[in-house]
Design a protein around this ligand. Structure first.
Ligand code: DX5
Ligand code: ZN
Length: 217
């Protein structure tokens, strides 16, 4: 099954509630929530209070992407605030295994993310401990960047590893995804599609439906 995860990093924060309602009404299944700490990535976005505010406003799946150093410090709080899934970066923690186990023990889905320059082999030891792998297709930190073409092979590599181990793990891609490169990424094996600027800049309902049309084929 494919899922569309619009990234609210590109939303109008003054209209956040209604824009989340709009993506949901148009058929999106996830809300992708980019948490940035200004250390792991150069920029700062938002944190727990945003998740707490969104939770009572929507039934959509809240997909928290932590671009945060030592994410183990905060995973419990994000789950308590209402995250359905918490994804940590393999590069960001010295205790990846314990943190993934902690996320699951709190009742949320656990994800592991890797940056464009990180080899796939770095996440393979954790494949059995996660519900999702997030392959970054840009250098994390900002919305609106161009897709890095070399990442397509990594998507194929991760999908092959999931298949080989016969696991039920979602494969999310994040960064520079648009209507022109979507099909190529689905063909490579991605099934959770993050899109920030390609959904929120312009007519949100039309853009969401255009993504889903391709994803549901
Ligand atoms: C990048 C974030 C992305 C970002 C994607 O660091 O993790 O989720 O919002 O934005 P677009 O789709 O505009 O590249
Ligand atoms: Zn993200």
């Amino acid at each position: 099954m494919n899922y569309l995860a619009p990234s609210i990093l590109s939303a109008d924060f003054c209209e956040l509630g209604s824009q989340i309602e709009e993506i949901g009404n148009a058929g999106a299944q996830y809300v992708h929530i980019d948490v940035m700490d200004g250390v792991f990535v150069p920029s700062i976005s938002f944190g727990m209070p945003i998740v707490s505010c969104i939770r009572p406003r929507t039934k959509l799946f809240l997909d928290v992407h932590m671009m945060v150093t030592k994410p183990e410090r905060y995973v419990e709080e994000f789950v308590k605030c209402g995250a359905d899934s918490v994804t940590i970066h393999v590069e960001a923690s010295d205790c990846v295994e314990d943190t993934l186990k902690k996320i699951r023990s709190l009742g949320a889905k656990a994800g592991i993310a890797l940056n464009p320059e990180t080899p796939v082999k770095e996440i393979l030891p954790y494949l059995e401990m996660v519900d999702m792998v997030l392959v970054m297709t840009v250098h994390p930190g900002f919305g609106g960047q161009a897709y890095i073409p070399e990442c397509t092979d990594k998507i194929k590599e991760v999908r092959a590893a999931i298949k080989e181990k016969k696991l039920n793990v979602n494969l999310e891609i994040d960064g520079g995804v648009n209507l022109d490169n979507l099909q190529m990424n689905l063909d490579a094996g991605a099934n959770v599609i993050v899109a920030g600027s390609a959904v929120f800049k312009g007519n949100i309902t039309e853009k969401t439906k255009a993504f889903l049309d391709i994803m549901e084929q």
